[in-house]
Design a binder for this molecule. Sequence first.
Ligand code: ATP
Length: 909
Amino acid sequence: MIQSESPIRAYALSEEDVLDGLETAAEGLTQAQADRRLEKYGPNEIAFRKTPAWLRFLRQFNDPMVIILLLTAAVTGVLTALGSHMLPDTIVIVSVVVLNAVLGFVQEGKAEGALDALRNMMVPECLVLRDGERQRLPSRLLVPGDIVVLEAGDKIPADLRFIDVSNLHVDESSLTGESVPVEKITAALSGESLVPGDQRNIGFSGTYVSQGTGRAAVFATGGATAFGQIADMVKSAGNEATPLQRKLQEFVRSLIFAILAVGAFNFILGIYLGYAISYSFLGAVSLVVAAIPEMLPALVTSVLALSGVVMARRKALIRRLPAAETLGATSVICSDKTGTLTENRMTVTRVYAGGQIFTVSGGSKTLEGTFSLDGPVSVPDHLALQRVLEVGYDCNDARVHGGDAIGDPTEVALRVAGVRAGLITAGVRRIEEMPFDSSTKFMAVLVDRDGQRCIYVKGAPEVVLGMCDQEIDERGDAAPLREARVSQTATAFASDALRTLGFAFKVVAPDKPDLRIEDLEGLCFAGLQGMIDPPKQSAIEAVAACRQAGIRTVMITGDHPGTAQAVAHQLGIDGAHVLTGVELSVLSEDALRETVEKVSVYARVAPEHKKAIAEALKANGHVVAMTGDGVNDAPALKAADIGIAMGVGGTEVAKEAADMVLEDDNFATIVAAVEEGRHAWNNLQKAILYTLPTNAAQALLILGAVSLASLVPLFSARFVLEPVQILWVNLLDSVLLTMPLMLEAKERGLLLAPPRAADTHIIDTLFLQRVLALGLAIALPGFLVYYYFGSAAVNAQGEIIDALLLTQAQTAAFWGILLAHFGYLVSARSVRRSAFTFNPFGNRWLLGGIMLSVLIRLIPTLVPEAAALFRTAPFPMDWWPVILLCFLPSFIVIESDKFLRTALSSKPR
Ligand code: ATP
């Protein structure tokens, strides 16, 4: 078969030879053949080389902090060998580093798993002929010999040879760099080793159909395709740094230098004060490690990836992680009308023909229905009515089989109207077509009707009217065109929220072979059909929810301004001003920026206008989400802050350009995703707000002890916490207690407040003040506990007179600090609301984290061998009441901070 040979042969063969070579036929493979080939050639995908688990574990050690710690362990190891008693420090540092790597590995695994799950949910699909039937299949199931049916917007799923094309253009820029789409042909090509750009009858995997339709035979799949051979082209979703992540990376980077300087100062001061060099060194290292919030950027990935999984459960698939972060700040959602805000279940209810308006009964779920005009009418008695229905029925790609309708809902509605009138397809043969395109807004066909050739056109009424110079009258005869009357009727239909199409025809020579654009003039206008498309109930509710959440809903549609306005009214969107694409395109940049603030409904819009609207809104400082489905929507989706593609009705091009894909094409899903985005941002804020003060507290503990050593003799004897204990607090406690905050459940009323400003920084001055205040509120109890219990252990010169008591006092401080963390943690579950307003047992992960950190802390306190390692010792039970008091300062500080902020400003942070 061809796949095993060079793909170059495929372009040189004729269509028949290609089919023979691939052992297939124009009707495609049978399912049994396809199954056998799938087994032989494997799935049509480029295998991801997954990093093995052991390598991911080792990567945890590739971190400056860990390297510093391991070097420190090496130094203490050498010092031990030279006779210092530092073996416990070496053991503890190494085990803390290993344990931390395990926790990091588990957390990263969770984030990776979440990202993988998101990637797997976005399976590209394609239309394939199997067993002679068209089937939509995941592209990974394609095999050589499959016949693929392609249309504008499709991604070419494998390397294939075209066997049938109609005006088919392919954008190959991703492969060849050539930005102009290439028109494809089916004829065999001659020439030795043509470059891909010259292989005009070949479609390459990963490129896009920009226009037209076609059929092609797959000859290479997966790794055998031209793309597959360039393996680095495989890009994975969701690995970009988000804006917040970048900001945090910068923040950590600038902090590192300051902290290293303080660490060095601390070391020199330690030696000056007379601590042993090794002890001062360990103190300095612990300070550096404790103070640097190294896990911040990773925290963002974890929270956003987990949030992506929740969004996916609510049918919004995140393609790029930054979108999960930006979603929460969305202030304007620009949505298509048809199918997103409305049901996309259309039914023709009114027909204008021969100057009369007929009504049509029968709902969207049945093929039964009647036509009436002051009472029921028989369609064949009204030739004008019959003609307009005929054009709608035959200039149509939808199929209605029994109760099933397949195709574009507008066309299904027209087809059903024809069925209700008793029309049938027999005797009508289509010779050529110009497919519908949302920028031209019409579709035309050349048909042979019982030997007579006709051009049938349907489309937006004003477009169709522009092609006509006469109309048919009541008796079905040609009469002068009364354009004003038609336009008035179209407007009247539109203001009743009817989607309205115009229809026209022309009889041509019986041997006319093809249909050209210049044929579309001098047509005879046949009439109008108006169809209802009810708004989705869920969309009406979601628009109301958006209003409460301070998010503006903007409707952008290709439909008539009147229809747009009427539908906007039904949905609760402000339709006071409606702007059309034509009006919009003459506005200057400044005028447009001003206009987009006032106008929420845009009609008769072409895809390029959507981009201009998104850009103007962005320039005004909005965070813009924009939906799209067609090939031409890609630039608008890229221009918006969050491009949203339709999962069901959207083209592969739109999906690829989007940041998020809606599995159910529903506006309400966008609002659900925004809610999750706000939730994710809140949890990030909580986790970051929790982590940073704990870093500050530990730095203060060491710095304070060293600086106050000359005043407080106790401090010159030992640090409040032993360096190994500081590492414990920083690396174990903070991970165990921060992780649960990332899983905090949604707070009530997330969609009741306005969106955060686009330029909100999590780390601002107020925030730094809070970090400092809380750092003190955690460190101070540590100092006090140590002082209260330990001051009798040293004399006035700072000499140790009771080493056990000193160790016990340190152990008490080690516990006191944990309690101070708890005091802060229980309140950190909400950034604004008081801890007294939510259920203290609401987050079971947090309770688990608290319990686990207490349990593992018991090991060094109660097990003598571990106590020797961590330099701890059991202390009398009656010390506990004092230790428990350590819970209060941090709790009081954060609660009063929340209270004051709420009281002083009505503007939430
Ligand atoms: P939205 O952008 O909200 O999805 P829409 O579906 O109305 O709106 P288009 O699909 O671009 O936008 O349609 C624009 C206009 O083209 C319609 O108002 C209608 O008049 C006409 N039209 C729509 N579908 C067809 C079709 N299949 N054939 C001919 N004309 C059509």
